[in-house]
Design a binder for this molecule. Structure first.
Ligand SMILES: [Zn+2]
Length: 310
C-alpha cells in the first residue's frame, strides 16, 4: 500500500512525572525506528492542529475547556486525574496528536496514500466525551473518525483497537454513533476494566474480544480472526482507523500478553485485506500505548513496513 507517516515534534513537549510510563522518549523511539531503512524513504507529513470544532465532534465543550485550563504556565505539572498530567506544551501536543488523524484522513481521501501511520503522543483511546483519563487528553482516533464522517463525506467507518488496554473512549462514541463500528482486542481485567464481550453497542456495532493474561501471539491471532474480522468485514467500513498500541508485546511492563513483532506484522496485513464498499482498503493508524521503548520502536516499524508491503 502507498504508505506515509504523519508526526509532530510537539509531542516531545508534553512532560509528565519522571516515574510515569508514558514518557516523551516513547515518541522518540518510534520516530527513530521509522527513520531506519527502508522506512526512511516514506514521505512524512507534519500533523496539523485540530481546532475546537474538530474536538467538539467527540468531546463536550466542558471537557475541551477543562483541558485548556489545566495547562500550567510555568514548569510545574498539573493533574487531570491520578495518572493523566499536563505540562506547559501539553495543549499543543494534544491538539497536534488529534490533528495528525485529520492530516492522515485528508492524505488518504485526497489520494496521496492508502495507509498512514501517525507517530504521536499523548495517546488518546481512553479519553471519553467528558473525561480525560489513562494518559489521554483527547481521543485522537475518534476525532479523526468523526472528521471523516462529518467533514469528508464517508458514511461508515471503523475503529479497530489492538492496544492491550480496552479502548473505552472509542466504544463510548460508538454507543451513540451508528455510522461507527468499534472493535477491541485487549487483556481482560486490565485498566480500565471495560470491554466485556457482552458490551455490543447499537445493534452490534461494538465487538469486544477480551483475552486473559498470558495469551500467546497465536491465541491472540485466533481470537482476532474469529471475533473481529467477520464483524468488521460485514460492517463494510469505507475507512479503518487503527488504535495501534503496542503494549500487548511480551516485553511490555504494563501488559501481560505475549505478542511479538511478527504478530504486529500479521495484524497489519490482515487489516490491509479488508475491503469496504468502496473496494480499496484504507487505513489510518494512530500510535497509542507501548511502554518498552525497544519493543515499541521495533513493533511500530514492523507494523508500518507490513502496510507498505501489503
Ligand atoms: Zn495501552
Amino acid at each position: 500500500m502507498r504508505t506515509l507517516i504523519v508526526t509532530s515534534d510537539t509531542g516531545h513537549e508534553h512532560r509528565i512525572p519522571p516515574a510515569h510510563a508514558e514518557q516523551p522518549q516513547r515518541l522518540r523511539a518510534v520516530q527513530d525506528a521509522l527513520g531506519e531503512p527502508p522506512l526512511h524513504q516514506l514521505k512524512r507529513l507534519e500533523a496539523r492542529a485540530a481546532d475546537r470544532a474538530d474536538l467538539l465532534r467527540v468531546h463536550s465543550a466542558d471537557h475541551v475547556d477543562r483541558v485548556a485550563a489545566c495547562e500550567p504556565d510555568d514548569d510545574s505539572l498539573s493533574g487531570l486525574d491520578w495518572d493523566t498530567y499536563m505540562s506547559r506544551g501539553s495543549w499543543a501536543a494534544a491538539v497536534h496528536a488529534s490533528g495528525a488523524g485529520l492530516t492522515a484522513v485528508d492524505a488518504v481521501l485526497d489520494d496521496q496514500a492508502d495507509a498512514v501511520f501517525c507517530a504521536v503522543r499523548p495517546p488518546g483511546h481512553h479519553a471519553e466525551r467528558d473525561r480525560p483519563m489513562g494518559f489521554c487528553l483527547f481521543n485522537n482516533i475518534a476525532v479523526a473518525a468523526m472528521y471523516a464522517l462529518d467533514m469528508r463525506g464517508l458514511k461508515r467507518v471503523a475503529i479497530v483497537d489492538i492496544d492491550v488496554h480496552h479502548g473505552n473512549g472509542g466504544q463510548e462514541l460508538a454507543e451513540r454513533e451508528p455510522r461507527l463500528f468499534f472493535a477491541s482486542i485487549h487483556q481482560s481485567s486490565l485498566y480500565p476494566g471495560t470491554g466485556r464481550a457482552e458490551e455490543t453497542g447499537l445493534n452490534g456495532n461494538v465487538v469486544n474480544a477480551p483475552v486473559p493474561a498470558g495469551t500467546t501471539g497465536a491465541e491472540w491471532r485466533e481470537a482476532f480472526e474469529r471475533d473481529i474480522i467477520p464483524a468488521l468485514t460485514a460492517f463494510g467500513p469505507e475507512m479503518i482507523f487503527v488504535s495501534a498500541g503496542f503494549d500487548a508485546h511480551a516485553a511490555d511492563p504494563l501488559g501481560g500478553l505475549l505478542l511479538d513483532e511478527a504478530d504486529y506484522d500479521w495484524v497489519a496485513r490482515k487489516l490491509a485485506q479488508i475491503r469496504g464498499k468502496s473496494g480499496a482498503a484504507r487505513l489510518v493508524c494512530m500510535m497509542e500505548g507501548g511502554y518498552d521503548l525497544g519493543a515499541l520502536g521495533r513493533s511500530a516499524a514492523v507494523f508500518t513496513q507490513a502496510l507498505v508491503e501489503a
